[in-house]
Design a protein around this ligand. Structure first.
Ligand code: NAD
Length: 444
């Protein structure tokens, strides 16, 4: 099938590449000419496991092309994906200007019947707004012979395993009441639906809400566990034990039950906030969601508070080795990353940071530029040299079994702040290292 994808970000690029991999003929469009040019030359703008090979192979095979030419792109596709960003507006609601700009572009160039697929995460009612925008442009073009369907098809990929998630989705949600659109969507996704039925067809509004409900549920699990961790710490319990004790209940499950330094990234924070704003707009007080957001904001400050307490609020000229900058492992995405909150608080207090991340160093450099109080180190060991403590912020695999003797030798004092509970504080104590973790009263 001929497919057009507007927006070459995490979602658009991965989805485009995966659709090309199964044989669809995909054109990806972006307004960022530099990104498009670099992609044509084989430069992949983001880090995702498996993505580079997938893009290069399918581009070379002629099934995956990149352009800024929206008119040609619209003409190419039997279906048009909208996969552009929906960042928070000033009040936290989802800003739909990019989505509606694409709708306008499609309407300006479309011929015949078009199926427009909303893959961006958008508030309930957006498909109606997209339809209205398209109808308005078609009326101005005096083309009442043209017709269209707007389908909601939210994306559930996880950064860090985006390619695998799109190749083998757990579910494919399709929001439409049009039989024609449903049939086309079924054909489009047939290669991903062979093993068992993954397609769930529903009305558009339910599909739009499903995406927010999924992200808010996951964010709720994280904030809940962080709340339990804070309680455990004060009550003399160990959150790691509690996690195992409750995760073994199949109604709860082990997934997403880790206490830590709060959720970040480009989705959970903005989606929780956007759903709160949606609720506000209809005079509904989303109490649970507000608490989830509030707990997360506080949790992002927990590591700094522990560090500050340990050093009696005297952090001036202290140096901290930070392992992990991206908001989670296997990505270079720094959007809303807890590491940023921590680094900025440390700098504010006059401390210096020596940081290492397997993938997010370039992105950190881009965000913060050169500054005297930030050294980006080539290895995790180099980050330790002469630091007053090691701080674990992101749980990359490479941090899980480090050489503790080396850590002791390189640090000024044997002190670790473990924001992801990677280490057993009792074992570290036996090695002569003081370890502060999250929600574990047994520490030190
Ligand atoms: P992104 O910021 O990485 O990429 C968006 C791209 O759209 C950019 O390259 C931008 O230049 C381009 N763009 C903007 N206006 C355009 C236009 N008029 N025409 C063509 N291109 C245009 O965004 P993303 O992370 O891929 O997210 C896209 C959407 O998918 C968002 O709504 C997001 O919430 C949702 N989503 C993201 C993820 C994720 O993990 N990143 C997962 C599921 C859903």
């Amino acid at each position: 099938m001929k497919v057009t994808v507007f927006g070459i970000g995490y979602v658009g690029l991965v989805q485009g590449a995966v659709l090309a991999e199964v044989g669809h003929d995909v054109v990806c469009i972006d307004i960022d000419a530099n990104k498009v040019e670099r992609l044509k030359q084989g430069h992949i703008p983001i880090y995702e496991p498996g993505l580079e090979a997938l893009v290069k192979e399918n581009h070379a095979a002629g099934r995956l092309n990149f352009t800024t030419d929206a008119a040609a792109g619209v003409k190419h596709g039997e279906v048009q994906f909208i996969a552009v960003g929906t960042p928070p507006d000033e009040d936290g609601s989802a800003d739909l200007k990019y989505v509606l700009a694409v709708a306008e572009t499609i309407a300006q160039h479309m011929e015949g019947h078009q199926i427009i697929i909303d893959k961006s995460t958008v508030p309930v009612g957006t498909a109606d707004k997209v339809s209205a925008k398209i109808a308005q442009v078609l009326a101005a073009r005096q083309r009442d012979d043209l017709s269209f369907d707007v389908v909601s098809n939210p994306e559930f990929l996880k950064e860090g395993s985006a390619v695998a998630d799109c190749m083998r989705p757990d579910r494919i949600v399709i929001g439409t009441s049009s039989k024609t659109a449903e049939d086309v969507m079924r054909e489009l996704y047939a290669p991903f639906n062979r093993n068992h039925e993954k397609i769930i067809v529903m009305d558009v509004r339910s599909a739009e809400l499903t995406k927010y409900a999924a992200n808010c549920m996951l964010a709720t699990k994280i904030s809940f566990m962080n709340e339990m961790a804070n309680l455990a710490e004060m009550l003399g319990a160990d959150i790691e034990m509690v996690r195992q004790g409750i995760g073994s209940d199949p109604r709860i499950g082990y997934q997403f039950l880790y206490a830590g330094v709060g959720y970040g990234g480009s989705c959970f924070p903005k989606d929780v906030q956007a759903l709160i704003r949606t609720a506000d707009s209809i005079d509904f007080d989303a109490k649970v969601l507000k608490a989830v957001e509030h707990r997360n904001d506080e949790q992002k400050c927990v590591l700094f508070k522990k560090i500050s307490k340990h050093f009696n609020d005297e952090l001036h000229n202290k140096t901290f080795a930070l392992w992990g900058l991206s908001f989670k492992p296997n990505t270079d995405d720094m959007r809303e990353a807890p590491s940023r909150v921590l680094m900025e608080a440390l700098w504010q207090a006059g401390a210096k940071v020596q940081a290492y991340d397997p993938e997010a160093m370039e992105e950190t450099q881009r965000i913060y530029g050169s500054r005297d109080d930030l050294s980006l180190c080539g290895t995790k060991e180099a980050a330790l040299r002469g630091a007053d403590a090691l701080v674990i912020v992101t749980e990359w695999q490479a941090f899980k079994a480090p050489d503790f003797e080396l850590i002791k030798n390189y640090l000024r004092q044997p002190l670790v702040f473990d924001g992801r509970n990677l280490f057993n504080p009792i074992k570290l104590k036996s090695k002569g290292i003081t370890c502060h973790s999250i929600g574990r009263a047994i520490q030190i």
